[in-house]
Design a protein. Structure first.
Length: 120
């Protein structure tokens, strides 16, 4: 591969680089606009009464908020504390706390975000 370029070829590559950057910026703006329009169109798709997965969603949310979810949160806290003591690092205990918070509050937050159209 010959890497030696004359002055004309160098100028052509430099001008192509600028137009290439503009083209990429234009494509990025168009992609963001398309994403925004598609998300706006999906916002009207709130769950309806005849949704076949509504029972599954309610069951998963009740498991997370019920005894099973609380038990998983407690186990995550205990596991994080044990690993934190074993490694002598508080970050492992904090990861157990973060996991427990995510398990308990996560399903409700995700359900609220997707059903209210807050992602737009």
């Amino acid at each position: 591969m010959n890497l030696a370029l004359n002055a004309g070829e160098t100028a052509a590559y430099q001008s192509q680089g600028q137009t290439g950057l503009r083209a990429r910026a234009r494509n990025a703006v168009l992609a963001l606009m398309a994403l925004g329009m598609s998300m706006q169109a999906m916002a009207g798709n709130a769950p309806v009464a005849g949704d076949p997965f509504q029972e599954f969603l309610d069951a998963v949310e009740s498991y997370a908020k019920g005894a099973l979810g609380i038990a998983i949160c407690i186990v995550a806290l205990l596991f994080g504390a044990i690993v934190g003591i074993g490694r002598n690092q508080p970050t492992a205990a904090l990861s157990g706390v973060a996991f427990a918070i995510f398990i308990y509050f996560g399903p409700g937050m995700i359900k609220t975000l997707f059903s209210s159209g807050a992602l737009i």
